[in-house]
Design a protein around this ligand. Sequence first.
Ligand SMILES: N[C@@H](CCC(=O)N[C@@H](CS)C(=O)NCC(=O)O)C(=O)O
Length: 264
Amino acid sequence: MQPHQAGPHLVAQEGPFSAATASLPVLQYFPARGRAEPTRLALALAQVEWFEPPVGPILPLLRRQLDGWPFRQLPRFIDERNGKVDIVQSMAILRHIARKFELYGGDEQEAAFIDMVVDAAQELRAQLKGVWWRRGDAGAVADYARTTLAREADLLAASDQPGPGLACLERLAADEESPWLGGCGRPSVADVCVFDLVDCHLAAPELAGAVRERFPALMAHHRRFAAQPGVREYLSSGNRHPHVFADDWRALQAEGAAGEEARK
Ligand SMILES: N[C@@H](CCC(=O)N[C@@H](CS)C(=O)NCC(=O)O)C(=O)O
């Protein structure tokens, strides 16, 4: 399986690559994991190939056309396989893929549980994003470790009653009856989102230690998911973007542009 083409991307509608990509779903996003990573992981899990065009030509259009980008944002997913689905909003994209490739549990009850976990993971991702840019600030990291990364007992005992934390997901992952969240017989997009959330934490040395030490069930789930056929190949491929958030890539771009300007 080749999740998407390595090396410089070519625009799907142009050039010699067009024939090869005509039947592939297209994912438009920044060259970063960010909000598109759950979609990539879900496609990899389903062992479906996809194509990512370069984002440069897309960005000016994003702000000028509401047809392809109704909310002026990425990711956008164009499902070339049935030619009708062309959507933005990362979680709508993920749910579309879940329905299409049977990553939404086996019945209504499992699907409802999966939705709940997907939404919770998004809220926790927003908390992570809050500390991500302050990783050099020991106070901010300690506060995050005391709240979002608190062990279950500490979370429950905290006098300031912080909201959800990774301990909530640890409890769900600790179900010994099933390797997958919600007792589903196979991995779902809930597993995708929880894997991605844990993986983002592991990418930050300031946060990784606490996650490894405090959440053994999430770590075991992370290893299990990473070993799934399709996912394993994607994770070890050169196609995985190194930047965790799109803003990491944008900051580098801005730095590059400022350096260019200074050299003029
Ligand atoms: N709720 C949307 C949010 C999308 C979003 O915030 N996208 C950002 C990148 S992560 C974006 O497209 N920004 C475009 C820009 O700032 O030019 C989703 O989940 O897809």
